[in-house]
Design a protein around this ligand. Sequence first.
Ligand code: GCB
Length: 624
Amino acid sequence: MQIVSVMVVLLRKREQHEIIKKNMRKIFRIPLTKWLLLFTLISHPGISFAQSAMTNVNARNRISLNGKWQVIIDPTGIGDWRQVWLEKKPVNKTDFVEYSFEGGPSLNVPGDFNTQRCELTSMEGTVWYKKSINYTLKSNKRVFIHFGAVNYLADVYFNGKQIGSHEGGFTPFQFEITDIIKNGENTLIVKANNQRLKDGLPGLGYDWFNYGGITRDVNLIETENTYIENYCIQLMKHDNEKVLGWINLNGNNQSQSIEVKIPELKLNYKTKSNADGLAEVRFTSKFALWSPENPKLYKVIIQSETDTVVDEIGFRNIEVRGNKVFLNNKPVFLKGVNIHEENPLKAAKAYSEEDALLLLNWAKEMDCNMIRLAHYPHNEYMVRLAEKMGLMVWSELPVYQHIEFSAPGVPEKMDLMMKEMIRRDRNRCGIIIWSLSNETYSFTPNRDKALIELTKQCRSLDSTRLITSVINNQGYENNTFNVWDTLYNYVDLISLNEYIGWYVPWQGKPADTKWKLVCKDKPVFISEFGGEALYGSNYGPKDEAAWWSEEYQEQIYKDQTILFTTIPNLCGVCPWLLVDYRSPGRMHPVYQNGWNRKGLISDKGEKKKAWYVMKQYYEKIKNE
Ligand code: GCB
């Protein structure tokens, strides 16, 4: 009975909310998100959105908060109403409190919640996480809580008070807790909610598993009063010797002397930060340039008067000249493969260096020199290890298929997520491409406006990397591809997904395929192609070709490699994808069973026949 009345109250609240929403819109025509922000701030003074995270978190003075966290599973979302973050505890036997972390289950952090308890397998909703932190206060230190990622919405409470929230499942964020952390026992509570949202990024529908929870590392970080928050130390575009960058201090002692040291090069560059804590970095050196053949990284020490951060940084130049991609002044063919952030052997979200190693070793074995991290920014281990192993990286925003570009707040979310993605990884020379979207549709209202603006913003934040958006709405008639989407005018690479031989039947011989390109002078990258096969599903020489068989997939790959010879300005290809992955929308009970079987490798790690076609194709392509 009580639950019903609570629900009624909540529904009423929702209705009132809807009415307020409508009227606000009518009267003021101000984006709804701004009103909601205002409303939240007025009604909860002290609550804020998360801060963008500091760069290179693993090099900081940190205490890991990974491990077991106590949880309350809250499928109806009633925990908000009960205010579980207050952690009321009955004092007398007659006190009535209808929740408790104590005595309940616990989950591992990092890790998705879906694969840790069977009742959470299909959960799309709220799980409350609690961690006790025993802390000894130190004078003159600032303290932060840093989250690698929480999918999708995170509301964070510290010692009973909400300290902020963050939207987006794949980028880091932090909160400063210097003024609220106490000596002794402290409590951190996170409400993690992975409900898909119409105006979310991604939106309601996507072809991968919606792993929820605190999926990446959590750290408590101590810094000096004024600390090195962020920096950019990369080569200038078109130059193999000049570094042009900046260092940003945060704190009350902004004007400082700063040094950048690269001991191996005997380099000691001195600069000064201005009153806003910003220092320009500009120096020249003879670097051994980073490349897949020689993935050279240098130890770089960034030192202010109050703080020191050490990083490993590589230097390389990536650019488009005419219709080719050049790495360090040499044309390069991108031998790619698509990867989801999932460990197939555990059938769970990937989050560790070991998970990254498993996936990247396979990519190397196939002779790839590049990986496309689909369809969202992957964890930092993946990016750093790829760089060390000599793999160029494509990093992507989850602006996927049916995004509501016209919904209030969506362009702003795209912008913020892009900034968070760039901020974390801008010193990773391995990253050569920012991909801002995948398979959006030109007929979606506001798509062009939103993506053109995002592309401009991205270029203004980082002019050194290539920018792309993937599109799959090209025409294919009479064995002719018509690549017409004018969004390609704004990006550096024409990236296109095509599934000829799988979703779309061949209309002629692969070798006779013709191409019409909207921008004739840009490099073309095949960002997806392929088909599904269940490992071990085979047909003999006399049988008809059968869907889902390894042979059918193999034939698609053979035909595709012929098709590639017809593509003007082809600068690389990227099969969909390295390994089978979980996707609940893949419902064939025999061949799929909740898995997308387009992997070249099965979920058990077995190589399918098409793998060898791709490996052979890549082995023959020699970059100098
Ligand atoms: C696509 C999408 C990718 C899908 C793939 C498929 O075009 O970009 O996310 O999973 O097709 O398997 O159909």
